[in-house]
Design a protein around this ligand. Structure first.
Ligand SMILES: [Zn+2]
Length: 380
């Protein structure tokens, strides 16, 4: 393969390429070259909850600390082979993701190409952190309802949001269970306002009803989907709405709660996750690679791919979700393929990841936009 400037000039066997005499030649024996990974669900402004709880991060860490952490997380992601990343909310750090994206674009700090959402939008009363009713605690997202959703959506666009994220449900049921938040009309309103500016909407939804409303409203992707039924997955498949299953986050939360994976049976929440993922695959729902990284360590993005395979997807299909699949779902025409004319975001891993997906944990080479950001250990 030949790279010129930031793009792939030619692809194929070495002998078939017309290599210019001044070309720098990189040999990667035994390695597989693939497009840079496109992470679909991250939180660069969060770090694992077994270290500091979500609540303590949102309420107790300064914006400066959170941004400093995000800078470190962005580099860790890039070195792990993630060359593009959709970040789904700063969780209390305002629109700092938009500034982080600018700093990466200007070359001030290393990191993936970012798609940012600034603050997620949540219904009044639904979201945390919660305190005593007489206190008004700052929230991990932006609160809006009814007509105010128009102003908030437009305001977020003005502050740099590439996508709008909305919570279609949350754990605010009478017994703390997940229940829908916004009405069908409210969700449709946000999709309409975002859509007229050319921006897609992503919905957090784990109940079948929240997923159904979000799908009918016209969102592009649904995150989590734990309670998805055959009916709602069939509807998503019909409308081309993708599912980001976030298997790795569910597992991480169970592990933090004390589950010993090697010694104990799977807790109900993990069994439900397996089942909903199976139903989604069966229904032909487009699957997005997105693990909710930040709940678990940045740079360990591949954890989600390993679980997708463990839960029934073939390694090749899992690889597609992280490359050409997410490129299609996120409208990233220049990325996700190794073809002449595409942007040279490339990684190399040892062996054959279509046989063993976990080789993606040992990324040897990372190239972003034709520039090598991680070089193989072996000299070249
Ligand atoms: Zn998330």
């Amino acid at each position: 393969m030949l790279v010129r400037g930031e793009r792939i000039a030619a692809a194929g066997a070495a002998e078939s390429l017309e290599t210019p005499p001044d070309a720098r030649v990189l040999e990667l024996p035994g390695a597989t070259l693939l497009p840079g990974l496109i992470e679909g669900h991250s939180h660069l402004f969060l770090h694992p909850y077994d270290d500091t709880s979500w609540r303590d991060q949102v309420l107790g860490e300064s914006l400066a600390e959170r941004t400093a952490r995000a800078v470190v997380h962005a580099e860790a992601s890039l070195l792990a082979g993630v060359t593009t990343m959709r970040d789904l909310g700063t969780e209390g750090a305002g629109s700092a993701d938009a500034g982080l994206k600018t700093a990466i674009e200007k070359g001030i700090i290393p990191g993936p190409r970012l798609i940012v959402t600034t603050r997620a939008i949540v219904a009044t009363g639904a979201y945390g952190p919660r305190g005593a009713p007489e206190h008004r605690l700052p929230k991990g997202a932006e609160v809006a309802d009814e007509a105010d959703l128009v102003r908030v959506t437009r305001d977020q666009i003005g502050r740099g949001a590439d996508w709008i994220k909305i919570y279609a449900d949350y754990r605010w049921g009478p017994n703390g269970e997940a229940r829908p938040t916004f009405t069908q009309e409210e969700l449709a309103l946000v999709v309409r306002v975002a859509g007229s500016s050319g921006r897609p909407v992503v919905a957090h939804a784990s109940t079948a009803e929240g997923m159904r409303r979000a799908t009918l409203a016209g969102v592009r992707t649904i995150e989590h989907g734990d309670g998805g039924t055959s009916e709602v997955f069939a509807l998503m498949a019909e409308r081309g709405v993708a599912l980001c299953p976030t298997l790795a986050a569910a597992e991480a939360v169970a592990l933090y709660a004390g589950w010993r994976k090697d010694a104990q049976p799977e807790p109900p929440r993990i069994r439900a996750k397996r089942e909903s993922f199976r139903l989604a695959l069966e229904a032909g729902v487009p699957i997005c690679f997105g693990g909710d990284v930040g709940v678990y360590p940045h740079g360990d993005n591949v954890r989600e791919l390993v679980l997708m395979v463990d839960y029934g997807m073939s390694p090749l299909e899992a690889l597609r979700t992280a490359t050409s699949g997410n490129a299609r779902i996120f409208n990233l025409g220049g990325l996700g393929h190794i073809k002449p004319g595409r942007i040279a975001d490339l990684i190399a891993v040892p062996g054959d990841p279509t046989l063993d997906i976990s080789t993606l944990r040992q990324v040897e080479l990372v190239m972003k936009g034709g520039k090598i950001v991680k070089a193989p250990r072996k000299a070249f």
